[in-house]
Design a protein around this ligand. Sequence first.
Ligand SMILES: [Fe+2]
Length: 345
Amino acid sequence: MEPSSSPPPPSALPLPGLLGSPFGDESRPRILVVDDDALIRQFLEDQLTGEGYLVSTARDGEEALAKVAADSPDLILLDVMMPKVDGFEVCRRLKSDERTILVPVVMVTALTATDQRIKGIEAGADDFLSKPYNRLELFTRVRSLLKLKRHTDELENAETVLFSLALSVEAKDPYTNGHCDRLARYSVALGKSLGLHAEQLKTLQRGGVLHDLGKVGVPESILLKPGPLNDMERAVVREHPAIGERICKPLKSLRMVLPIIRHHHERWDGSGYPDGLAGEAIPLTARIMQVADIYDAFTTERPYKRALTQEEAIALMREETAKGWWDPRLVEAFISLLTNGALGA
Ligand SMILES: [Fe+2]
């Protein structure tokens, strides 16, 4: 196919801030061009480099996957028909990998190939371009998808900050070291045994890390106090679910984790906080997190108590369940996992 030779439209002018960027190559978006036709690769490389992008190329699907792993591109222009691994398969693999799922993929198909587009949608392509290339269309698609990628990168950064903050809260207290990781592991295992779907398991994983994030708003003198808390101190600690919820609420991607953060201190009989919810009115993911949380609290050492053995912890969990504090079905399911050895060491 011959590339279109129409004169450059106004949109083909260099992107402001890209060419001659004072920040060097690091600030320039990276585009990977994948095509088995050397002339097309060269054409696209020239066009996109002229626009200020950093361009790398691959001649087939295998090389493309290797370049994605090595270069972390911000956008991929992917030809459909290629030797070895074709474009659909490359797209499928990228979209089923957590590390590359958010990298926009533009599939390049023949102009009238509706069946190819349908296959591309099934493979997870974000957009399509037709050969021969129209420069205006090429640059417009590339810009809009890179804008989207920038937003998802920013969102990822914001999430990363919150996760780091949660871990830094945990790190303040030497006695809770590894608590977040254990909670994530215990709660996901319990969720799996209850038949929860993948999205809920992911929510538990993230909830394990983020549930106590609100403790960032609790003074260290209270958080690390070795003895029992007085009424006023207890009231301050009881603010942490609402604080954590407030911090995470602006991020839509954490929407499903919010019920865990807000409700992980409710009790089955309604005597918990902050809302005094009871029974199944307490969100299931929060109830799962509670069971994991109490077991971990019982089996780790604190300044005022030794770590209980598994048998002692199980006995105490049953005792508290009999008092009406925890969901009996979940407690027994968790104890089954413990006694089967399904939770490991
Ligand atoms: Fe908590």
